[in-house]
Design a protein around this ligand. Structure first.
Ligand code: SF4
Length: 395
């Protein structure tokens, strides 16, 4: 049947791309790489009749290999890198007392909203690219990726890069000026499930025993919690604590920043100031109406979907009233059991800086890993919706 799904931010309609992905993989003209977001590996289980909260990382990796992807990477690798860049960006702004509070920018639903409704706030957005875009840029253009094989060599045909996201707005993000070309096609969690079903792959029978390809596959618990509201800020705080030499005196777990029910969450970071989480776009609108948000906070995370990406418009639909809570528990469970839980501890990230990027926020890092924003009216989004209607395919 026809598939039209509306993004929770009201920004755009989902255009299915999985048929194009299947055709491109079947033609096999270029080496192919897929990256998977943290919220997907949890929710995809629900599409195959498993209990909400079941983690299917290994089954998903095996299914992606059966679908024909040459390399299966983890978006979480780039989430750790996002944290390195964003934590350093924050501390520089903090030192100079400029453009504070810093707003997170990894949610395109939020970025679109600011560009259209509040362009005066653009200087507050972190210039750090989202993990999806960073991962694509690294896969296609970093010398670091060339250790994977000659297909990744500079000057050859670029690898075909697909991402699997919990999010319909990520499709729009991949076409943004300044980042377009990093990722060729974006699939939602639901589209991946349809591909797996269409190929007759018995997902439930696949082994959980599989690892992401490396480099570009290693990650820490801090990256995994990007999938939940409050997770990006908690990850930033964990690494910022290290950078300001307070790692031993600060907690690793920031429970005040967690949860899918509270609209606005906040925590005091000793020696730095107060940070806030806006759990959903309505929460951000509510905060911006208050008088003192500019003075009260040093950093603010906004995720457009309530609960964060685990409640994204590309995730499986569910009638379970506790679905967000169950997915959230699964995400924090992965973090708790991770051998490394701070982004700077990611060994491959350290290697990437040493061999190529020099240090966070370096000129090279800016070139590959940062972006810009601009005021816009909503004409482009309306045009995309129109094209979507023309182009709509069987989802
Ligand atoms: Fe997409 Fe996550 Fe933002 Fe929702 S919260 S619009 S799923 S990036």
């Amino acid at each position: 049947g026809q598939c039209t799904l509306v993004c929770p931010t009201g920004a755009l309609i989902e255009t299915p791309h999985w048929h194009e992905v299947v055709h491109t993989l079947d033609a096999h003209r270029r080496v192919s790489a897929v990256q998977v977001a943290p919220a997907t590996r949890v929710a995809i289980s629900e599409e195959f009749g498993m209990k909400p909260g079941t983690v299917s990382t290994g089954r998903m990796i095996n299914a992606l290999r059966e679908l024909g992807f040459d390399y299966v990477f983890d978006t979480n690798f780039a989430a750790d890198l996002t944290i390195m860049e964003e934590a350093n960006e924050f501390l520089t702004r903090f030192k100079n007392q400029q453009q504070l509070p810093l707003f997170t920018s990894c949610c395109p639903g939020w970025v679109n909203w600011v560009e259209i409704n509040r362009p005066d706030l653009l200087p507050h957005l972190s210039t750090t690219k989202s993990p999806q875009q960073m991962h694509g840029a690294l896969t296609k253009r970093a010398a670091f990726a060339r250790t994977l094989g000659s297909e990744f060599a500079e000057g050859k045909v670029e690898p075909y890069v697909v991402s699997v996201m919990p999010c319909t707005a990520k499709k729009d993000e991949s076409a943004r000026p300044g980042v377009s070309g990093d990722v060729d096609h974006v699939l939602t969690t639901r589209e991946l499930a349809r591909m797996i079903k269409a190929r007759g792959i018995a997902f439930g029978a696949l082994s959980e025993d599989a690892e992401f390809d490396n480099p570009l596959g290693e990650s820490t618990g801090a990256a995994q919690i990007f999938g939940a509201s409050g997770g990006v800020m908690e990850a930033v705080v964990r690494t910022a604590a290290h950078l300001i030499g307070k790692e031993d005196s600060m907690p690793l777990d920031w429970h005040q920043l967690r949860g899918v029910d509270t609209v606005i969450k906040e925590a005091e970071i000793p020696g730095v100031g107060k940070v806030a989480i806006c759990n959903g776009i309505a929460a951000a609108q509510q905060m911006l109406k208050t008088e003192n948000w500019r003075d009260d906070y040093v950093a603010i995370e906004v995720m457009a979907c309530v609960g964060g990406c685990l409640g994204g418009g590309g995730e499986p639909k569910s009638m379970d009233p506790l679905i967000l809570e169950k997915r959230m528990q699964a995400i924090y469970g992965i973090d708790k059991n991770a051998p490394r839980r701070r982004s700077y501890e990611n060994q491959d990230i350290q290697k990437l800086y040493k061999t190529e990027l020099e240090h966070p926020n370096s000129t090279k890092a800016h070139h590959l890993l940062h972006t810009h924003y601009a005021a816009r009216n909503s004409t482009r989004l309306l045009l995309m919706q129109f094209l979507d209607c023309v182009d709509r395919r069987d989802g």
